[in-house]
Write a protein that binds this ligand. Structure first.
Ligand code: SF4
Length: 449
């Protein structure tokens, strides 16, 4: 149709199987094999390594043109044999790619056939995930993998009273802090996925192909005995909810909450956790909340009414929109490459704002740039992929989200909890102060402060 928008240029999302690779990284002694061409796994290794500054092994069934015609069964079987022999993983995720979805390889059938040929492979939990990247985003792949992991590993067992936590795609620092919060509530937590160590490890003199850390397959199996689940995933479809699957199959009550970014979402999380664990909010967090409120008052004069554009993963952008609205920033544009309920949720999160944000779903960076220009944005917030827009508009870019490959420390950025909100508040405010100072005729001035 003449004049309508028909193409995507530089989409605001990553490839679907990449999300599956990230989720499997949070399982102890696990590795992913991508059923596709080598280029897919090279691209994903490159992206994940540059963001987390960690080596990441992703295997490939290494398909060629011939396999595109005759199918990739032999390659997949050989690939699984090789990976099992070299890594001895407890869990082996097999994620499909555009090519194998297009040619229609039946991965579950191929795995079943291989297990008949190689009974010794039964000791490895081989988990197929369908991740066609021509539909959906890396977050779809992430959630698909969490559901597939629960589907394969969870099994009926004793009631334990533990709490299942599905943190979503947050930073390793976030996962560590969430575990600290659960421990402070004296709530034994099972976290899926837990990449707090596997994607932010230490230097201890020896290199292990599969890094230490992650939730074990046995612990995932025992999630069926937990008292309840909390899942930070409100924009994904119901079919991509690990908590819903546990509820449906094993009657474990699940609560889906927005990511606890910003004071409102944190209050909701702490309240829910307290109600379910039957414990008051520990004094330590009440103090953190009070300090955050004080800091919000201090920062208000620098932030009020500033126009920001925020983009990235749907649940992450939703959390940031809530936080930015809390602190007085006007979210002019909220953009994501996915998210089923994104639009309505963003409007709710920014309901207190004078002007509702323009919400872009399934969008790309051309559109984000155009909308940012039209809105007169003063700040961009999102991954490194928006850098060219910031340069063109001559506004600062606060790098948050995934991927951040032109700065270090992405794995250590704390977003969640009152402590995370304080961290974001400092980063945000100092970014805007720095820009003001750069453009002041007289440079830095005490009076400005
Ligand atoms: S978009 Fe498709 S072809 Fe490209 S890396 Fe991802 S799975 Fe491979």
């Amino acid at each position: 149709m003449a004049g309508s928008y028909v193409s995507t240029t530089n989409p605001c999302r990553m490839c679907r199987p990449m999300g599956a690779c990230l989720a499997f990284r949070g399982i102890e002694n696990a590795i992913v094999l991508l059923h596709g061409s080598q280029g897919c796994s090279t691209y994903m290794r490159r992206y994940i390594s540059s963001h987390f500054n960690e080596p990441v092994d992703i295997a490939s069934s290494s398909l060629s043109e011939k396999n595109a015609v005759y199918g990739g069964e032999a390659n997949l079987k050989q690939g699984i044999r090789n990976v099992a022999a070299r890594y001895s993983p407890a869990v082996l995720g097999v994620a499909t790619t555009c090519l194998t979805e297009t040619i229609g390889d039946d991965v579950p059938r191929i795995i079943a056939s291989l297990l008949k040929e190689e009974p010794a492979l039964k000791d490895t939990a081989i988990i197929p995930v369908s991740t066609p990247s021509y539909s959906g985003s890396h977050m779809d792949g992430f959630n698909d993998a969490c559901v597939a992991i629960i589907d394969k590993l969870a099994s009926p067992g004793e009631k334990t009273g533990a709490i299942n936590l599905f943190p979503g795609f947050v930073s390793p620092a976030d996962v560590r802090h969430l575990k600290e919060i659960m421990a402070d509530f004296e709530a034994p937590a099972l976290v899926l996925p837990d990449f707090s160590r596997t994607l932010d490890g230490g230097l201890n003199g020896s290199y292990s192909r599969l890094p230490a850390g992650g939730v074990s397959a046995e612990a995932v199996a025992g999630m069926t005995g937990s008292a309840f689940s909390i899942e930070f995933n409100v924009t994904g479809p119901a079919g991509q909810s690990a908590a819903r699957l546990l509820e449906k199959k094993y009657d474990v009550y699940g609560e889906r909450l927005p990511l606890p970014i910003g004071i409102r979402n944190c209050d909701q999380f702490f309240q829910t956790l307290g109600d379910m664990a039957l414990r008051p909010v520990p004094g330590k967090y009440q103090e953190e909340r009070a300090r955050l409120l004080d800091a919000m008052v201090d920062a208000h004069k620098y932030l009020l009414g500033k126009k920001a554009v925020v983009y990235g993963d749907a649940d992450f952008v939703l959390g940031l929109t809530s936080f930015l609205t809390d602190v007085g920033i006007s979210v002019a544009v909220a953009a994501s490459g996915g998210g089923e309920e994104f639009q309505d949720r963003i409007r709710e999160a920014a309901a207190a704002a004078e002007t509702p944000p323009v919400v872009l779903t399934e969008t790309d960076f051309d559109e984000i740039g155009a909308q940012a220009r039209q809105a007169g944005a003063e700040l961009l917030i999102g991954s490194s992929k928006g850098n060219h827009i910031a340069r063109e508009l001559d506004i600062p870019l606060l790098r948050l989200g995934f991927p951040i490959h032109d700065r270090i420390g992405a794995q250590r950025i704390l977003h969640v909890g009152y402590r995370g909100a304080m961290n974001l508040l400092d980063l945000l405010t100092n970014t805007l102060i720095a820009r003001e100072q750069e453009t002041l005729a007289g440079g830095y001035g005490y009076s400005y402060m």
